[in-house]
Design a protein around this ligand. Structure first.
Ligand code: THU
Length: 136
């Protein structure tokens, strides 16, 4: 069982660390690892815009760099600077593909519309996933 509200609270905290001087859109993510640890991430933009890293990829990169490989769920929250969360912030296409490297179709994606959790699975957001068989 995952605690969606707790994950959303963690994602809201992570959002405070966003570096988003170009889009002025701050995103936070909280990744629940299978060992119970929650790893946070924020979007980190770059003057060379293509160098920007989304919040959910930041969380995955941090967790993977800590040796984590198994994940249960991720919460993602986003809104313009200074605004409260008003609508869901669904993961971009790159992040969907990135998550599919480590997570199966039943991986839970917890979105937040400002009032309540909105639940999705990776399989719903990325059907017919492209996969290659790697070595490890
Ligand atoms: N962004 C995320 O961090 N996650 C998403 O799921 C969607 C978009 C970021 C990237 C960029 O810093 C800003 O939001 C505007 O696109």
């Amino acid at each position: 069982m995952i605690n969606e509200r707790e994950l959303i609270r963690e994602a809201l905290e992570a959002r405070k660390c966003s570096h988003s001087p170009y889009s002025h859109f701050a995103v936070g993510a909280a990744l629940l690892c299978s060992d119970g640890q929650i790893v946070r991430g924020a979007n980190v933009e770059n003057a060379s815009f293509g160098g920007t890293i989304c919040a959910e990829r930041s969380a995955f990169l941090a967790a993977i760099s800590m040796g984590k490989r198994d994940f249960e769920a991720v919460a993602i929250v986003g809104a313009p600077h200074g605004d409260e969360i008003g609508e869901i912030c669904a993961p971009c296409g790159i992040c969907r593909q990135f998550m599919s490297e480590f997570c199966g179709a039943d991986f839970k994606i917890v979105l937040f519309d400002g009032e309540k959790p909105v639940m999705r699975t990776l399989g719903e957001l990325l059907p017919d996933t492209f996969v290659l068989k790697g070595d490890d």
